[in-house]
Design a protein. Structure first.
Length: 133
């Protein structure tokens, strides 16, 4: 199963399918973001939606390219939810390639500490995991 990017114009059609996954991920966000916030950022193109589907939704990932004050860029996995844990590392490779193509120096993952066990070669900073591209 491949992780596929969803064009911002197709987000309204994809939203009903991925919404339950997004809701589940937001349960771990401490109430900082709501569904409307995520949807608005996908529609305006400031964040990107990625999905995995085999006739029913398996996973949803929301990314953004973050530009730091120095101009350095990071591909940020802002939100991820779904099943098929064994495939997540492969799906991260897709995000890494996207980040490199966008001129990013790092990939960063914002999420629960459980990711640290799955990504032992990543460093933990600000409870944001990162890996140089």
């Amino acid at each position: 199963m491949r992780l596929l990017g969803v064009d911002a114009r197709a987000v309204p059609q994809a939203w009903p399918v991925v919404r339950p996954l997004i809701e589940k991920a937001l349960e771990h966000g401490g109430g900082k973001w709501g569904l409307h916030d995520v949807l608005a950022s996908l529609l305006d193109g400031s964040r990107q939606l990625w999905t995995v589907d085999d006739g029913k939704p398996i996973a949803a990932v929301v990314t953004e390219i973050r530009v730091y004050p120095t101009g350095a860029k990071a591909a940020v996995v802002f939100l991820a939810a779904g099943r098929r844990d064994a495939d997540w590392l492969d799906w991260l490779e897709t995000i890494k390639a996207w980040g490199r193509a966008g001129g990013c120096k790092w990939i960063e993952l914002e999420g629960r500490r459980g990711w640290q066990r799955a990504l032992p070669d990543w460093s933990l900073d600000r409870i944001v995991m990162s890996k140089e591209l």
